[in-house]
Ligand binder design. Structure first.
Ligand code: SPQ
Length: 435
């Protein structure tokens, strides 16, 4: 992909049906659990985006055989007790999920390793994971007290803990549960607000017993895993970009097939409905494992809304595209309790505010969110992606509702979670007129 991409559509409408690529969070976990288990796991619908490929490369370095054929992946693992210490660093690239979950996994393994990441990931906080892991007995060290990558991890014997999580984060919860799987005794994680529960669901698919009660998850250490067949549904966080576009643009109607409908991720559907978009769930499947189905989104006049509290973890990655949608809605949209946005691939509150303001939107950044006043007629402009896939995709969708072309700097970061994004955009846009 070129260093700059110009996107311009003349009065577009989005129509048709789309299967977005596999869920990023579930794809990572499928490779992780398959590699911990002994034997064969077959994964269907895997996301071959850059972040998930980093996870694949890491496990290959630990001695796991992973064969990919498109979105089908076959994993043959000797089991984590037979992994070999890598001769090279384990590189997590841009992926926070890879880094944080690997810290939990490697801490209780028998291998010694060094975990690194790209510039953005090396600035993201790791202490939220290393603090509870250290109290379980993990031997993780690095500069600045182990708050940032690179970190060295010497696999150790761990003890279970009872941990009250200060932030709602599926990555922190998952890292502790992975460590708890290999710890002596029981590990208990208590969340303030329930975050995405893909780790818990997939543990159960691989035969691990967990106790779940509201915000509390308990795991007994020493359980062994058996290979499984895993189906990865489409990623609702990727679909969200086109859901928002269909909701904003008159004459649009899009069906999303095989899209993930895990209730810890469907906040975007609630917000679309709250703002007045027509959203219908036409089918729902997957009573065991991960729910998925068919969702139809039709344009309707949008109104501003307030998004805060418990819904935030269920749509945290959708807030950039929701902010864009709010620029086209009547009235004020207030986003609160989302300070976590400041420690993602970039500071997403600053990035969204700066980039949408360049297009003429009325957006004010607050400490833990944004206030957006709409509707505003957006103009074209030159936008930065900040190397953040979600900001890059928000910029591309902004081109559908702006008056002139939008130039996106460094659009290749979109490959992190959605390599087919621009093809899918062209597929859905009638009256195509890309420059
Ligand atoms: O993996 P990474 O880089 O952290 O990716 C992001 C994203 O936008 O794709 C966040 F920047 O998603 C996180 C998400 O925000 C993926 C994730 C997971 O798979 O467990 C959980 C969320 O992060 P957190 O910190 O709230 O647990």
């Amino acid at each position: 992909m070129d260093a700059i991409k110009t996107v311009h559509y003349n009065k577009p409408k989005l129509k048709g049906s789309l299967r977005v690529p596999g869920d990023k969070s579930i794809s990572h976990r499928a490779i992780m659990l398959a590699s911990i288990a002994q034997g064969r796991t077959v994964v269907k619908g895997f996301l071959d985006g850059e972040d998930c490929l980093r996870t694949v490369e890491i496990f290959k370095r630990l001695g796991v055989s992973i064969e990919r054929n498109g979105t089908d992946v076959v994993i043959d693992s000797p089991g984590m007790e037979n992994w070999t210490s890598p001769t090279k660093e384990l590189y997590a690239g841009n992926s926070g999920t890879t880094a944080r979950l690997m810290l939990g996994i490697l801490s209780g393994s028998k291998v010694t390793s060094i975990l690194t990441g790209d510039d953005s990931l090396s600035k993201r906080p790791m202490k939220r994971v290393t603090t509870p892991l250290h109290s379980m007995g993990a031997a993780i060290s690095g500069k600045e007290g182990g708050d940032f990558l690179p970190l060295s991890i010497v696999g150790s014997t761990l003890e279970g803990i009872d941990y009250n999580m200060p932030v709602a984060s599926a990555q922190v919860k998952s890292a502790i549960l992975f460590a708890g799987l290999n710890a002596k005794g029981e590990t208990i994680v208590r969340e303030t607000t329930v975050s995405r529960d893909h780790t818990e669901r997939m543990f159960e698919q691989f035969g691990v017993k967990l106790e779940r009660d509201g915000n509390i998850v308990k795991i007994q250490g020493g359980q062994s895993l058996t290979g499984a067949n895993v189906k990865v549904p489409g990623d609702i966080s990727s679909a969200a970009f086109f859901m928002a576009a269909a909701a904003m643009i008159e004459g649009s109607e899009v069906q999303f097939v095989d899209v993930g409908l895990n209730p810890t991720r469907t906040g975007i559907i609630e917000v679309l409905q709250q703002m007045g978009a027509e959203v219908e769930i036409l089918e729902k499947h997957g009573e065991t494992g991960e729910p998925y189905g068919v969702v139809k989104v039709t344009h309707s006049r949008l109104e501003g809304t307030e998004i805060s509290g418990e819904i935030i973890p269920t749509l945290i990655d959708e807030l950039p595209i929701i902010a864009l949608m709010a620029t086209q809605a009547t009235g004020k949209t207030i986003i609160k309790d989302a300070a976590e946005l400041r420690v993602k691939e970039t500071d997403r509150i600053a990035a969204v505010t700066d980039e949408l303001t360049k297009l003429g939107a009325k957006v004010e950044a607050t400490e833990d969110g944004m206030i957006i006043e709409g509707p505003t007629a957006l103009v074209g402009g030159k936008l930065q992606s900040y190397g953040d896939h979600r900001i890059g995709m928000m910029a591309a969708i902004a081109a559908l509702v702006s008056d002139g072309p939008i130039e996106i700097k460094d659009p290749s970061c979109i490959n992190i979670s959605y390599p087919d994004f621009f093809d899918h955009l062209s597929h859905l846009v009638l009256a195509r007129n890309e420059e």
